[in-house]
Write a protein that binds this ligand. Sequence first.
Ligand code: ADP
Ligand code: ADP
Length: 230
Amino acid sequence: MGVFVAVDQVEKVFNLTNGGQYLALKGIDLQIKKGEFISLIGHSGCGKSTLLNMIAGLDLPSDGVVTLEGQRINQPGPDRMVVFQNYSLLPWLTVRENIALAVEEVLPHIPKGERRQIIETNIDLVGLRHAADKPPGQLSGGMKQRVAIARALAIRPKLLLLDEPFGALDALTRGNLQEQLMKICEANHVTAVMVTHDVDEAVLLSDRIVMLTNGPGSKIGGILEVDIPR
Ligand code: ADP
Ligand code: ADP
């Protein structure tokens, strides 16, 4: 299968408030195939989130390009859903309403009955039928992150982007959720990019691990890629 996402000679310079500049990424090349699960790892500050944000279109490269199916990414869009560590759910809505809001916003052209079905299917996908009528405040952290994942997947993005999705969870919950996400992504051929600093998590979930080797004390500009046999 051909290249789905291409990161081509990407550089990122941040302008600092003191008038200085910080070179966060340089010379980054990365190609992602459809259906692949990729993890971005590396020490804190090496530019993982910066790279993910550029694939999301939340931030722009200073040089180089990121493309999805050959189209330059220069703004965020519902074809690239991001799941953040802090869930980002609306606290006054129920689980079902949080998912429905995204589905109604992104898929307004789909008949109402079909939309309802998509919502219910994705509630079941993450095992939250028993909590569908509860607001996020009544849920555990793991449950909240399952809602965020269901909301992201419900609108069928081309790319699922995850930034430390399990970072706020206790070890047991994290383990359960890692297994669940792995199964969902495999069963639904989801193309995903996940930022994590947990190497075990990266090995468990990924087809390929991309380690950014930028940053203080190391040569700027590198990545190391490791394929994980599955
Ligand atoms: P990681 O996700 O690998 O921990 P980040 O991508 O968040 O790292 O950040 C990479 C580097 O860029 C860090 O040194 C960080 O301080 C810096 N950085 C990130 N965002 C900004 C910004 N908006 N302005 C200035 N520097 C930034
Ligand atoms: P998760 O693995 O998703 O964090 P747990 O295994 O911790 O969920 O929770 C098991 C069950 O206990 C959940 O299905 C839920 O019904 C209930 N539960 C856990 N935490 C809470 C909470 N803070 N408020 C209400 N119910 C909770």
